[in-house]
Design a protein around this ligand. Structure first.
Ligand SMILES: [Zn+2]
Length: 412
């Protein structure tokens, strides 16, 4: 009792805060959470296990062959479901009385989707898709890098789910080098969504804002929905935060050799320029493309081993060397998306151990991937920029309050 009172008070505080600060943002704290059709007395719930088939499960429930075929067809047509997922999908079979045939079936596929199949009086089955309403709350977690920490370790300690951290890595990989920009004492915060159903946390959602005091400087990003309905990430001034290329294609990989104009080559023994950056990673680690572009070279070379070169636009090219193998379907002329796997880490060519050698070529000249400035993909137009600045100021106000207590949340 006591606990729920405290929660209510916190909700009240948040409601008041939101009313004052985030006027544009709708806040709803109570919702009808209807779980369809589970109140039936004669119902049996089955968790799909390995080897189960829809027809097998239906037949166990006494559903006849003709109805089984109908149900399978309806599920495919109306809900796009043709197979069941073991240890995830749940099926509830319902009948009006203990000995009556099944007349209602609820298939729960994942936490947010249900299909309800009902048998009408004429014996015909029909399906209805039910989207479970998400109760999405935005929370904030703050952390600090301690001696010897990676950002990942510090993030988990701060209570940020691993999936959210992976998204943060992907976002910050445009701005930071996680090896050289991260030091003990640096602080960071992440605002992200948590999805609740019936008061229970089910999973986490999108990253709403990130702030990181990196060596390179204070990095900030905010998710913003533009007037056309699409969303993106922007810096405090409303410039597109997602850049055309990533500094570090492989998240969390350690830099073992930096870009330099002079270096003693570990295999050749004499001094020559190192025109890229080496990232240590195990053989077979997938290599994502640093940006969208077209594969212009896929070859085997004495020095580079198996390598791929991608042209991103008129200015930038990237090169990935020493691969153990190429990804299937990636050939000269293939258009790749940012993050698409193009090959796997190896030690082919002149290499002393498995690593990715990564080069960025700007206008035909090799540049240092860690310091080169990249153009933004998506800058806001002037009206969206104005709206963004207002939204960002309100979000920052709310963020201050969220930072004072981890149990507080807002709803956007
Ligand atoms: Zn190298």
């Amino acid at each position: 009792m006591k606990k729920s009172k405290i929660n209510l008070r916190k909700l009240l505080i948040v409601t008041l805060v939101m009313a004052m600060v985030l006027i544009l943002v709708a806040v709803v704290f109570t919702r009808d959470k209807k779980v369809p059709g589970v109140a039936d007395v004669c119902s049996e719930q089955v968790l799909v296990s390995n080897g189960d088939t829809l027809s097998g499960l239906l037949s166990e429930q006494g559903v006849n062959g003709r109805d089984i075929n109908n149900i399978a067809e309806i599920l495919k047509q109306e809900a796009g479901i043709s197979t069941l997922r073991a240890d995830s999908d749940k099926i509830i079979f319902m009948r009006p009385t203990d000995d009556a045939p099944v007349n209602k079936i609820v298939l729960a596929c994942g936490p947010w989707k249900q299909v309800e199949l009902s048998c009408g009086e004429d014996g015909r089955w029909s399906a209805q898709n039910i989207d479970i309403e998400k109760d999405t709350r935005v929370v904030k977690r703050r952390g600090e890098i301690k001696d010897g920490d990676s950002f990942y370790v510090a993030g988990i300690r701060a209570g940020i789910p691993a999936g959210v951290l992976a998204d943060v890595y992907d976002l910050l990989a445009f701005e930071m080098d996680f090896e050289r920009d991260v030091r003990a004492g640096q602080e960071f915060s992440v605002m992200f969504e948590e999805n609740y159903c019936d008061g229970n946390r089910v999973d986490s959602g999108k990253v709403i804002a990130v702030s990181f005091d990196a060596l390179r400087g204070h990095v900030e990003m905010f998710r913003f929905k533009k007037s056309d309905g699409t969303s993106g990430y922007y810096d405090a001034q409303g410039n597109g935060a997602v850049k055309s290329l990533k500094r570090t294609p492989i998240n969390n990989a350690r830099v073992t050799s930096s870009f330099s104009s002079k270096r003693k080559h570990p295999v050749l023994g004499f001094t020559r320029a190192h025109k890229g950056v080496d990232f240590r990673a195990g053989t077979g680690t997938p290599i994502p493309s640093a940006g969208a572009g077209k594969v212009v070279k896929k070859a085997k070379d004495r020095g580079y081993g198996n390598y791929i070169k991608i042209r991103h636009n008129g200015t930038f090219e990237t090169l990935y060397a020493h691969m153990s193998k190429f990804a299937k379907g990636v050939n000269v002329g293939t258009n790749v998306k940012q993050g698409q796997i193009i090959g796997y880490v190896g030690s082919t060519g002149l290499s002393t151990g498995p690593h990715l050698h990564y080069e960025i070529i700007k206008g035909g000249t090799h540049v240092n991937p860690m310091t080169v400035k990249f153009p933004s993909i998506d800058n806001l137009d002037s009206q969206n920029k104005k709206d963004f600045i207002k939204y960002r100021e309100r979000l920052e106000e709310a963020s201050k309050l969220l930072g004072s207590d981890e149990s507080l949340f807002i709803q956007l």
